[in-house]
Design a protein around this ligand. Structure first.
Ligand code: PLP
Ligand code: COI
Length: 343
């Protein structure tokens, strides 16, 4: 068993850490095989594999938690299975059925229980599914063979400082995804396309980059590798766009906002509307909510200060605590979002 004595659970970064086992399933001759367990952290791959040449690569991310009642809870894994299938349709890869996906998630967690961070530390076990075209092609065509694997790593907060405000920079020089392009799919190419914008924002001292729609540069798209939401007049407002990844966290927050008696609007959000939000945040599995301090449109010389006191707002805080409570089993799971594992 890999060494856990030296893990500083309370100060884990959001990063890779070796684990004992990962799980893999291969698609060959038109069908998925049996789930295999591997103790190797490398894969042997054909040099002409389509994932290396033509971007047939999809990934997912979800979390499991050690809870105060001693059980392990996994959050909304069927949603990740469905999104992975949607991504596979988007780039012509073999779709992995939901039951195999969920079986793999449970298996990879149960094989690495010693890496699930203790409850008190606020850390979680991150599950990273990856699905790639492994069959060779030289012409631009989908592969005949695929591999789906899942590994885990214990992770701390995505942003140092956890649930706190961050500042973002609107980047106009680079787009992450085009309308009707691959933005709605979780393919590696979107992240490659984001690296320069992210680097630029970091160089200027911001936590991350902020994207407007690629066509008109008028509407809000995404907040780095997270969805955006704004709050005003007891309403949760989030962009409707054909280049944004359908975030499971965002979908969940919309339901929680409704449960709290708020209104929810999913519609194009013009940049200027940023000036009117009482609160705003990025949302995603890694951070749940990452409250926004301010957003600067550097090229246009504009600054939208969202948090006047530099602290997360009351509604974001309430949503965040409710969300984490459901994940930890301390708030009722009224929508059936959680899978309990007896590990
Ligand atoms: N947007 C992008 C580009 C992402 O990479 C992610 C992370 O997965 C999200 C949004 C948030 O999605 P989710 O809430 O499903 O983690
Ligand atoms: C998220 O989980 O919120 C992400 O953005 C995942 C990222 C590491 C790709």
């Amino acid at each position: 068993m890999s060494e856990t004595a030296n893990i500083d659970w309370a100060n884990l970064p959001f990063g890779y850490m070796p684990s004992d086992y990962n799980v893999r399933v291969y698609y060959r001759n038109g069908k998925w095989g049996e789930i295999e367990v591997s103790s190797s952290d490398t894969i042997n791959i054909h040099m002409a594999a389509t994932c290396l040449h033509y971007g047939q690569e999809a990934f997912e991310g979800l979390k499991a938690f050690r809870c105060p009642d001693g059980k392990v809870r996994v959050f909304r894994m069927e949603e990740n299975a469905k999104r992975l299938q949607n991504t596979c349709r988007g780039v012509m890869m073999a779709e992995l059925p939901t039951d195999i996906f969920c079986e793999m998630v449970k298996k990879v967690i149960s094989l690495n229980t010693h890496l699930i961070p203790p409850y008190e530390t606020g850390a979680a076990l991150y599950v990273r599914p990856l699905l790639i075209g492994t069959g060779p092609q030289v012409g631009v065509r989908p592969a005949d063979e695929y591999l789906c694997l899942m590994f885990v790593c214990p992770v701390g907060p995505y942003f140092k400082g956890g649930f706190n405000t961050n500042n973002y920079m609107i980047v106009r020089e680079y787009d992450r995804a085009a309308p009707l392009g691959t933005g709605t799919f979780k393919v590696g190419g979107n992240y490659a396309a984001s690296l320069r914008a992210n680097h630029l924002a970091h160089e200027r001292g911001y936590a991350g980059e902020f994207y407007l729609d690629a066509k008109e540069k008028k509407y809000i798209d995404e907040c780095g590798a997270a969805n955006f939401f704004g709050i005003k007049n007891n309403t949760y407002i989030t962009p409707k766009s054909s280049s944004v990844l359908p975030s499971i966290t965002n979908k969940t927050l919309q339901q929680l906002a409704l449960d709290l008696g708020m209104k929810v609007e999913c519609r194009p959000i013009p940049e200027e509307e940023l000036a009117t939000f009482e609160e705003a945040g990025g949302c995603g599995t890694a951070a749940v909510i990452s409250p926004i301090g301010k957003i600067d449109d550097v090229a246009e010389g504009k600054s939208y200060v969202i948090s006047k006191d530099g602290k997360p707002g009351p509604i974001s805080t309430r949503l965040y605590n409710l969300y984490r409570g459901i994940q930890y089993g301390t708030e009722p799971d009224t929508h059936g979002w959680v899978t309990i594992l007896d590990l």
